[in-house]
Design a binder for this molecule. Structure first.
Ligand code: PRP
Length: 194
């Protein structure tokens, strides 16, 4: 249903939306996302049978993917979060990573799956993996990311569970923001001119 709220910076009209004055169109719709998340959850369930993995969601962007992925896993598993920031309010990654919230759980001897909404330059994930290996003795560490901007990635990373490999596009929705808004959108959008 078309929606325009004078209080909101996001207005929707069918398959396109306006966000912060720019037009975006659907790139990955909610059903496509959910099908892929269900596949990844089934794969993780098979591969970690009997191991009770702990998902580490990277706030803020990965909160939605982490929740849906966890629902798609049908073996025992746990969840915790850390918080990083690298984009600021811009459309491109700043390349500077700050840790804003630490992991509370003890990851010693645990099977860890770091869960990201997107790997762009890869610097955030490199930072996280380095921290986990320095601060704990995990039994194993794997990486799950919903999106991988493969052309933008500057570092070698293990990527065990990838939802979608995407071109170098600015994406919003399903946890991904544009200046902190648009995370609540169920579909993933790109700028309409791209
Ligand atoms: C985004 C995203 C990843 C990171 C990926 O987070 O959620 O954590 O950037 O970029 P990179 O591969 O270039 O390091 P952001 O810093 O925008 O914070 P947010 O999760 O709160 O949106």
């Amino acid at each position: 249903m078309p929606h325009a709220d004078a209080q909101s910076n996001v207005s929707t009209n069918g398959r396109t939306i306006r966000c912060r004055g720019e037009r975006f169109r659907v790139y990955l719709d909610r059903d496509t996302i959910q099908r892929r998340v269900d596949e990844l959850g089934a794969q993780i369930s098979r591969e970690y049978e009997g191991q009770c993995p702990i998902l580490i969601g990277v706030l803020n962007g990965a909160f939605m993917f982490t929740a849906d992925l966890m629902r798609a896993i049908d073996i025992d598993c746990e969840v915790d979060f850390l918080k990083l920031s690298s984009y600021g309010a811009e459309k491109v990654s700043s390349g500077r990573v700050h840790q804003l919230k630490k992991i509370d759980a003890d990851l010693d001897d645990r099977h860890v799956i770091v869960v990201e909404d997107i790997i762009d330059t890869g610097l955030s994930m490199e930072f996280i993996l380095d921290r986990i290996q320095k601060e704990y003795r995990p039994a194993s560490v794997r990486v799950a990311t919903l999106l991988h901007k493969h052309e933008a990635t500057q570092v070698e990373l293990p990527m065990d569970y990838v939802g979608f490999r995407i071109d170098n596009l600015f994406v919003i929705g399903y946890g991904l923001d544009y200046g902190q808004i648009a995370r609540n959108l169920a579909d993933i959008y790109i700028l309409d001119e791209e």
